[in-house]
Write a protein that binds this ligand. Sequence first.
Ligand code: UD1
Ligand code: UDP
Length: 370
Amino acid sequence: MRQARKRMISVVGARPNYMKVAPIHRAMQAYSDRVEHLIVHTGQHYGAAMSDSFFRDLEMPAPTEFLGVGSGSHAEQTAKIMVGFEKVMLTHTPDAVLVVGDVNSTLACALTAAKLHIPVAHVEAGLRSGDKSMPEEINRLATDAIADIGYITEESAANFLRAEGWSEDRLVFVGNTMIDSLHYALPTARTLKTAQKLGLQAHDYILCTLHRPSNVDSKEQLSMIIQELLFLAEFTPILLPLHPRTRKNIEAFGMTAFFHHPNIMVVEPLGYVEFLSVIDTALAVVTDSGGVQEETTVLGIPCITLRPTTERPITCTVGTNELVVPTQANIHEAFERIHARAFKSGSIPPLWDGHSAERIAEHCVGQWLV
Ligand code: UD1
Ligand code: UDP
């Protein structure tokens, strides 16, 4: 006898989630007779620049439910998401929940589902920075402690999970769904010429993104990084799409004067396809983002990551990424290397091939949800 159609809910909440869920939603459509796939948006990020534009750019349907939780302290935000998501679970009664990445929405929804005895899969399971001062590390550890299935992007993650007691049948090495979105959008991104439209010359500017609390929440650290960006701007133009956390802090610390520097272009956060376009034609990228370390690796663009650790070590061992512990001396030295065009090269990690979401859908439908 044919079984009833199952229902799976995937969660998006913050900017790095959309590009991971969009290809999964597309891949699940091949099995729509067997599994109904719904998207729930917690509203951790919101508005045109941090949410709406990504649905358009990634051709995702509007979410079935939008919780509208907005910003708040960690406890406030996590708790609001849990309360809202529990109602969604009781209304839609899914057979499974899929969460991605390491933001507060990831943990809150995984915890809510697990307590309702709904199986949870975690995309990007097992990534570890080893640094519990990062909220994301707590979210990763706690999510993986209750997830049933881990979809793995790189071997280091599988090893961490094995060491944490996971059995092999729960580990599924699929590659990187964020890179599926990159492959999907790159042809369009290459038609945009966003940097040139902003008045920059291709391969002659640095793209910079900053939003880690450890870099942007303290006046002293943020001011030091800006001083070094001013040094870098003496010889190379810098494009800085400003994350709302960073803008808020720069304004609160009274440090907006550098916005007027002729060689530093401060813009609002860019839409996904525009952002891919400006990575693709950058001389190099300076960032503290998680996902940008991976995108630069695949595009072969040198990446300097201003962090002491990374949960994505393959971007350094195989890719173009280089960690720079963000002290003034280290950043200065790294920026001098940019001046000298002394960059490392890299190659593309296994299974970061644009087909990871298809592997996830196949596993979900063929093995997990049977
Ligand atoms: C969050 C994630 C981080 C991820 C980042 C991606 C957590 C704990 N942090 O950090 O892992 O790397 O998103 O961008 O989940 N704000 C707006 N508009 C928005 C969103 C935020 O103005 O759409 C402002 C608010 O003032 C807010 C602040 O930015 O208080 C920080 O937002 P929040 O979601 O708490 O953390 P992020 O720094 O965005
Ligand atoms: N991104 C974007 N516009 C921007 C900056 C980043 O579309 O102005 C995209 C980027 O291409 C990547 C994702 O956002 O796919 C990374 O998100 P973010 O750096 O906010 O979070 P993290 O990966 O650090 O958690």
